[in-house]
Write a protein that binds this ligand. Structure first.
Ligand SMILES: [Zn+2]
Length: 97
């Protein structure tokens, strides 16, 4: 895995633009649990390689792939299969009672 450190990578904030095309909430502050090591980290702390041919976000703890994001001219492909759970902060529900 040390070879990977020879390449430049970005933090998860680089995913803010493409993710905002799909999600109405800010996902870089969401916390994802890694399927491999079980540790949780903010999307903003993911180690992101890309953007060509797509973004690949790695776990900051174990380096396994957490997500892949590819933007084509007419679609956005999003693979979160490396994340076992994603906690997204939401405003308090004001629709109750
Ligand atoms: Zn991990």
């Amino acid at each position: 895995m040390s070879e990977r450190t020879e390449f430049a990578f970005y933090d998860g904030n680089s995913l803010a633009g493409p993710l905002s095309e799909v999600f109405a909430v800010e996902l870089t502050t969401a916390v994802g649990r890694c399927r491999s090591c079980g540790k949780s980290s903010e999307v903003a702390t993911f180690r992101v390689y890309g953007p060509e041919p797509g973004f690949v976000g790695h776990c900051p703890h174990c380096e396994d792939v957490l997500l892949r994001l590819v933007r084509t001219p007419d679609a956005l492909w999003l693979d979160f299969s490396g994340v076992s759970a994603l906690r997204i902060s939401m405003p308090a529900d004001s629709t109750g009672s």
